[in-house]
Design a protein around this ligand. Structure first.
Ligand SMILES: NC(=O)c1ccc[n+]([C@@H]2O[C@H](COP(=O)([O-])OP(=O)(O)OC[C@H]3O[C@@H](n4cnc5c(N)ncnc54)[C@H](OP(=O)(O)O)[C@@H]3O)[C@@H](O)[C@H]2O)c1
Length: 258
């Protein structure tokens, strides 16, 4: 029987994906760095859904870590892959120390490319499979390396979906707005002050993404308010995305985001 592999499956959106996939009966493979949080998530998932859960501690910001997870994909029959692991990478583009930006590209772009390729090769052989890549509405503004990386995720996923057309394997990019997770705290940032209706719950992100990939959609933005925001950023006045990018960038500068 095939399993679902979720990177960043120990917290937030990834954990919500893990619950949604386990609820439909999928066995799970979860990847993240912190072993104790991985094990806590695995225990919760086994107890609630009665599925088998395997965990692997690996750092996807590191190319050796990516190769380790690639080998894990090769060793399993993966029916669903969720490339979700990620973190806020909002430092100044001109920083002389570019190590954090390189880590962001590794974890949120190179890992997506390598793991999607490994999973797709085996899925094609079975004529079925789902690949979900977590991007962001932030990709629709050009603010920093984070938005550039997430824009790459959307473009790559569209290309992958084209490459996979007619194979029975589907690829979908998910563009969430602001989601209540550990994302901001993990980067030492304050959560933005937004009205309650503007926040998206991680469960809604997972549910809408799984629905979209099942319908063969190549992109989805969960929650109506963020669908409207994404539409405005894509089709509204040319200066709008630049204005939002400037506001977001100066907010991150004030917070000294990593
Ligand atoms: N929250 C939002 O507002 C929002 C909006 C749009 C898109 N997103 C995207 O959603 C995805 C999930 O984020 P989240 O909001 O759920 O944040 P989160 O609660 O902080 O979860 C991040 C997950 O990724 C794992 N992770 C982080 N760095 C990793 C690395 N180098 N190697 C392996 N695993 C790593 C974390 O575990 P460890 O720390 O133990 O490794 C954790 O399981 C990210 O790609 C993020 O960019 C978030």
């Amino acid at each position: 029987m095939s399993s679902a592999l979720v990177t960043g499956g120990s917290s937030g959106i990834g954990l919500a994906f893990a619950h949604a996939l386990a609820a439909r009966g999928d066995d799970l493979v979860l990847v993240a760095r912190d072993e104790s949080r991985l094990e806590a998530a695995a225990q919760q998932l086994r107890a609630r859904h009665g599925v088998a859960v395997e965990t692997l501690s690996a750092d996807l910001a590191d190319q050796d870590g990516i190769r380790t997870v690639e080998a894990l994909v090769d060793a399993h029959e993966i029916g669903t892959l969720v490339n979700n692991a990620g973190f806020a990478a909002h430092t100044d583009l001109l920083d002389a120390d570019w190590s954090g930006q390189a880590e962001a590209l590794n974890a949120m772009a190179l890992a997506v490319l390598v793991l999607s390729g490994a999973a797709a090769r085996q899925m094609i052989g079975r004529g079925t499979g789902e690949i979900i890549n977590v991007a962001s509405v932030n990709a629709l503004i050009d603010a920093d390396v984070y938005s550039a990386t997430k824009r790459w995720v959307i473009s790559y996923t569209e290309a992958l979906a084209g490459r996979l057309a007619g194979t029975g394997v589907h690829a979908t990019a998910v563009l969430p707005g602001w989601v209540r997770t550990n994302y901001h705290a993990a980067a030492g940032m304050r959560r933005p002050h937004l009205p309650g209706w503007a926040w998206v719950e991680p469960d809604q992100v997972a549910a809408e993404a799984l629905g979209a990939v099942a319908r063969g959609r190549t992109q989805t933005t969960p929650k109506a308010v963020w669908k409207a925001a994404a539409w405005m950023l894509r089709h509204g006045p040319a200066g709008l995305a630049r204005l939002v990018a400037d506001r977001v960038r100066s907010g991150h500068d004030r917070q000294g985001a990593r």
